[in-house]
Design a protein around this ligand. Sequence first.
Ligand SMILES: [Zn+2]
Ligand SMILES: [Zn+2]
Length: 272
Amino acid sequence: MTMSITHLGTGSRGNATLLETKGAKVLIDQGFSGAQLEKRLKRLGIAPTEIDCIFISHHHGDHGGGARIAQKRWGLQILANKRTAEELGLDPELTSYFDALDLVKVGDDLAILPVPVPHSGADNVAFVASHGGERAAIITDLGSWTDELVTHVHGCEHIAIEANYDYNRLMNGPYPYSLKDRISGRGGHLSNDQTGEFLANVCTAATRSISLTHLSEKNNQPHLAESTVLYHIDEVFSGDITISLQDGPDYTHYIGEKSTEKHSEQSESLEA
Ligand SMILES: [Zn+2]
Ligand SMILES: [Zn+2]
């Protein structure tokens, strides 16, 4: 029982993440053009028509802008809440609607829980995917977190979460004051420090990997995001931390059996 999690790209120019189990291939968000999505999936040896369905977190173009293209070009099924589907003008015949905290099953070995998060002018959700008793969270575009999100993400094996900006870079950077205010407000994005504080609340011994996503190209740097987050979770997390940038696919994370296999390979090589 293994699930893989691969970010095809994350950031303000487009987001999509592939979740793959034995029985299902699902995308979280489709913020790319049809050609870009096809190209990125091809690097993984997958055709768009092999995707079972796409979950959309919210209607902003970098997350849902390519959803209609996926319906039109490949007849793919989109899952979203009502508001997001309306804003994106999705084809109702190829759309299924979920409510907050409704567990959605895909195939016989994957279930996805949408958890509402606050984000400017959008009905945004984070997703917690379960497979064989293990869980992976995909969380992006939120200005702050809720106790409800902490409850659902606590102890997940893999956590992908945005680390959007470095607070000092944003405040000293080129954006007009109103935009700085919007980004750093309750409905904007998480700073590296906020992401670190959230992770300190949810990481347990079960948490084996973290990927930091949706870094601002103007107001952040990978080394700043990684060092700031690690400062907050040093005592509670000893797994792998990676950064997923705009041009993916990059790393593939595994939860389930594969990580146990990796473990035994490691101990064998230590013995040798
Ligand atoms: Zn975004
Ligand atoms: Zn957004």
